[in-house]
Design a protein around this ligand. Structure first.
Ligand code: ZN
Length: 226
C-alpha cells in the first residue's frame, strides 16, 4: 500500500480535508501563476481593448479596471496552478465498498475559451469504488480545478471523469454537467434559459446499461439533503 492511503474512517475525512484545503486548491496557491512582473503587460493589453471598443481608459471609472481585470483573471484561471497530487493527497482510503457514490449539485463557474465569457451550472459526479474511495469534499475541488481554466464544457466533463479514473481506479465513473453559457445567452435572441448538458461515462458506467440507468435515476431524484 502506498502512503497516500490510510485506513478508512469516515469521521476523519472532513478533518483531513480541512487541513489540506488551503494547500491543495485554496487561494494560497493562486499567486503561483506565470508572472509578468507587476502585470504591466497585462494592464496595457486591457487598456488597448478599452481603446479598441471606443472607451477612454483614463477616465475615472476605468482607471483601475486593467489592474482589477488582471486580478480577476488570475482568480478565475487558478485551476491551472492547482497541483493535482496535493489536491487528493491523503484523501484516498482503502475501503470495501462497491456501491455507487454520487455527488451532485456541485456548482461551478468557468470561462468559455472561445469568448472568455462565463459559463456556469452544476455538476454531478458518480463512481463505483474498486476497494478505494476518495474524501467526499475532494470531488467539488476536482471540479473546480478543471472549471477555473479556459474551457469548453465537453472537454471539462471528460477531464473530470478521466482524472477520477486515473487516480482512483474505480470500476467506473459518470459525470454530467449542465451549464448556461453567457456567450450564447447574451448574444442570442430568445435563447434565455438555454442549458447545455454534457456527460462522460467510463468503465462500468459505459459498459453496463443498468449502472448507467442507476446513475441517471439518481440525477432525477429531488434533492433530499440539508
Ligand atoms: Zn463561448
Amino acid at each position: 500500500m502506498s502512503d497516500d492511503r490510510s485506513s478508512f474512517d469516515p469521521g476523519m475525512i472532513d478533518d483531513l480535508d480541512d487541513d489540506l484545503d488551503e494547500d491543495a486548491g485554496g487561494p494560497a496557491r493562486s499567486d503561483q501563476g506565470p508572472e509578468d512582473g507587476d502585470g504591466a503587460a497585462f494592464r496595457a493589453a486591457v487598456r488597448h481593448i478599452l481603446e479598441e471598443i471606443g472607451e477612454d481608459p483614463s477616465r475615472e471609472g476605468l482607471e483601475k479596471t486593467p489592474a482589477r481585470v488582471r486580478r480577476m483573471y488570475r482568480e478565475l484561471t487558478r485551476g491551472y496552478h492547482v497541483d493535482p497530487d496535493r489536491l487528493i493527497n491523503n484523501a484516498l482510503f482503502d475501503v470495501a465498498y462497491s456501491e455507487m457514490v454520487v455527488v451532485r449539485g456541485i456548482e461551478f463557474y468557468s470561462l468559455c475559451e472561445h469568448h472568455l465569457l462565463p459559463f456556469y451550472g452544476t455538476a454531478a459526479v458518480a463512481y463505483i469504488p474498486d476497494g478505494r474511495v476518495i474524501g467526499l469534499s475532494k470531488i467539488p475541488r476536482i471540479v473546480e480545478m478543471f472549471a477555473r481554466r479556459l474551457q469548453v464544457q465537453e472537454r471539462m466533463t471528460a477531464q473530470i471523469a478521466e482524472f477520477l479514473m486515473e487516480r482512483l481506479h474505480p470500476q467506473g465513473v459518470g459525470v454530467v454537467m449542465e451549464a448556461t453559457h453567457l456567450c450564447t445567452v447574451m448574444r442570442g435572441v430568445g435563447k434565455q434559459g438555454t442549458v447545455m448538458t454534457t456527460s462522460h461515462v467510463l468503465g462500468i458506467f459505459r459498459s453496463n446499461e443498468k449502472t448507467r440507468a442507476e446513475f441517471l435515476a439518481h440525477l432525477q431524484r429531488p434533492p433530499t439533503g440539508v
